[in-house]
Design a binder for this molecule. Structure first.
Ligand code: NDP
Ligand code: ZN
Length: 351
């Protein structure tokens, strides 16, 4: 089968590999729609996960099952499914600890395009189908469905980790597709004033539509100054970091109130350390909580995302600005995530 792969750091191309087979609990799926992620860009062009050779990319897909193992109960060949970006080993001790995303070790629930071939292939393997796949509702569009493996749950997790209480002031730093879903998540959690930090108008418009009250343009001046001024020097109760670089984490610490929460969902692709500003962290005594997490995966999480869509709580299809028809457009779509043209939020490839 053919797959679109990371050949090495900075190198992309199509490769041929043997088609996967399903173990007794597993499934093999052919994609109907896939989406490239900024994380694919960090992986290939920044070597953020280390060097990988001939690894098929991609972790955002919906598809049709072509084979299931003998012990799979709830799915069969022909079913249309949403495939989470994170497919934990549900029989691991880390799951009992409450961290399926890290089942089997740090970030190990993230298998596609990390530890095994990803979804930009004619077929791909899904471990533990009953626990990781979700049935795609008949009336759901492919564009909406393919925002559920990663974009919706990552952004919403950013808001959950930020422990937003009703009426809290919130800042979301970075309003690409992930940050925009964090804006939507913050609204669901009950945010009061909601700052959205970005630059491109296409993203700012959707941020407003999703519920941001204030747009802060980081190219028009220091965001710390802008947000501290707008809040009369108080800062905000919660900050979600969904873009920028490690300096953005530092900005987040500066704009959080004492006792505030900083929730990082950004994939920090470069550098040895991340800077925590000493003074604004209260010389270590500010009670500002810095946390971060890999998106939760698995079937229940996908089913939660499906219900948020079916009952009109979120509209992730609004992120999709570019739709390509056919696998031959994979490289073009992926490179859009690298170049981030003015009119882009998120591309999708229909197959
Ligand atoms: P985008 O690149 O599309 O969006 C990044 C956003 O950050 C844009 O709004 C951009 O503004 C803004 N930005 C860039 N530089 C700065 C800066 N210096 N200060 C403030 N804002 C800035 O990324 P995505 O939304 O696709 O993804 C966001 C991050 O989430 C990525 O690092 C991705 O790898 C990660 N990720 C993490 C996951 C997890 O499980 N935790 C899962 C999926 C993704 P503009 O473009 O307008 O200039
Ligand atoms: Zn992703």
């Amino acid at each position: 089968m053919k797959g679109f792969a990371m050949l090495g750091i900075g190198k992309l191309g199509w490769i041929e590999k043997e088609a996967p087979t399903a173990g007794i609990f597993d499934a093999v799926v052919k994609p109907l729609a896939v989406a490239p992620c900024t994380s694919d860009i960090h992986t290939v062009f920044e070597g953020a996960l280390g060097d990988r050779h001939n690894l098929i990319l991609g972790h955002e897909a919906v598809g049709e099952i072509i084979e299931v193992g003998s012990e799979v109960k709830d799915f069969k060949a022909g079913d249309r499914v949403i495939v989470p970006a994170i497919t934990p080993d549900w029989r691991s001790i880390d799951v009992q600890r409450g961290y399926p995303a890290h089942s089997g070790g740090m970030l190990s629930g993230w298998k596609f395009s990390n530890f095994k071939d990803g979804v930009f292939a004619e077929q791909f393997h899904v471990n533990d189908a009953d626990m990781n796949l979700a049935h795609m509702p008949k009336n759901m569009s492919l564009e909406q469905a393919v925002m559920l493996p990663d974009m919706a749950p990552t952004g919403i997790q950013g808001a959950e980790l930020a422990e937003i209480q009703p009426g809290d002031s919130v800042a979301v730093i970075g309003i690409g597709p992930v940050g925009l879903m964090a804006v939507a998540g913050a609204v669901i959690q009950g945010a009061g004033r909601l700052f959205a930090v970005g630059n491109r108008p296409v993203c700012a418009d959707i941020a407003r539509e999703f519920g941001a009250s204030d747009i802060i343009d980081y190219k028009r001046g220091d965001i710390v100054e802008q947000i501290m001024k707008a809040t009369n020097g108080q800062g905000v109760d919660a900050v979600i970091v969904a873009g920028g670089d490690s300096g953005s984490l530092s900005d987040a610490v500066k704009i959080a109130k004492p006792g505030g929460t900083i929730s990082n969902i950004n994939y920090i692709g470069k550098g040895e350390n991340v800077p925590v500003p000493r003074i604004e962290w209260g010389c270590g005594m500010s009670h500002k909580d810095i946390r971060g997490g890999l998106v939760s995966g698995g079937r229940r999480r996908m089913e939660q995302m499906i219900d948020l869509c079916l009952y009109n709580r979120i509209r992730p299809e609004k992120l999709v600005t570019h739709v390509f028809d056919g696998f031959e457009n994979m490289e073009k779509a992926l490179l859009l995530m690298k170049d981030k043209p003015k009119d882009l939020i998120k591309p999708v490839v229909l197959i």
